[in-house]
Design a protein around this ligand. Sequence first.
Ligand code: FES
Length: 293
Amino acid sequence: MWEYTDKVREHFFNPRNVGEIENPDGVGEVGSLACGDALKLTFKLDKDGKIEEAKFKTFGCASAIATSSVLTELIKGKTLDEAAKVTNRDIANYLGGLPEQKMHCSVMGREALEAAIENYQGGGKKKHELEGRVVCTCFGVTDKEIERVIRENNLTTVEDVTNYCKAGGGCGGCRGEIEKIIDKIQGDKAKEMPVAAPLRASGLTNIQKIQLIQQTINEQIKPALRAHGGNIELIDVEGDKVIVAFRGMCAQCKLAEFTMKDVVEAKLREFVSKELFVEEDKESALQPHNHLE
Ligand code: FES
């Protein structure tokens, strides 16, 4: 049973603007019944170019209906430029949050809005063009879409990506590629940090320190573990304590304790701070890592 906020329940039981506008100015259709969710958004503009009316038809769960309902409320009265700035975070925040595993519903809302605006601006162009190369063939998700949800929602794990756009939640064949995209974006972000080399934690803010730890894990530690079929995930940072979880082969490896000290801790001390010490989050290592339902 999902933990839904009162606002989600309210919009699910009393959805606003259900239906389809006759002769709409813009139509956006995303998702597919085969994938479990589909949303059709239609809108009409007033003489000043503001969205006068917006309606939706959704096939999906309670979150899909609530997010569609909120989307129509959020965009009414806005110009198309203003509406285009509505993000999936805005939709989820308006609802007081969504279960992580249901965040893909908010992304579907944002995609439908973009498709409808594209349809209007393209003079009735029917098909919402998928940008980029399809990475997840099970759900038809492209590298551009995966990159976008990672950047906009600061995602760090494949499970997060699955929660936000479904990619990786089917056969699992694309999970390695999703991981590479995450690493690339985390690496890019870390490079954008205003920290001069040599990189050391002294004088860093907490956020910079955590970013530097993540960068060191991505660039110095993960490649070594992956070469042996293992992996690692940063779980939390509490002061000088870095909590991580081993994945893949490392999770069952008898030498994990040595890897933790001789590789993980040693690298973090070398690249971030001599004060750091590492602990394994055993509980998280035991969790299943595919939460899509
Ligand atoms: S290709 Fe992505 S889950 Fe199957």
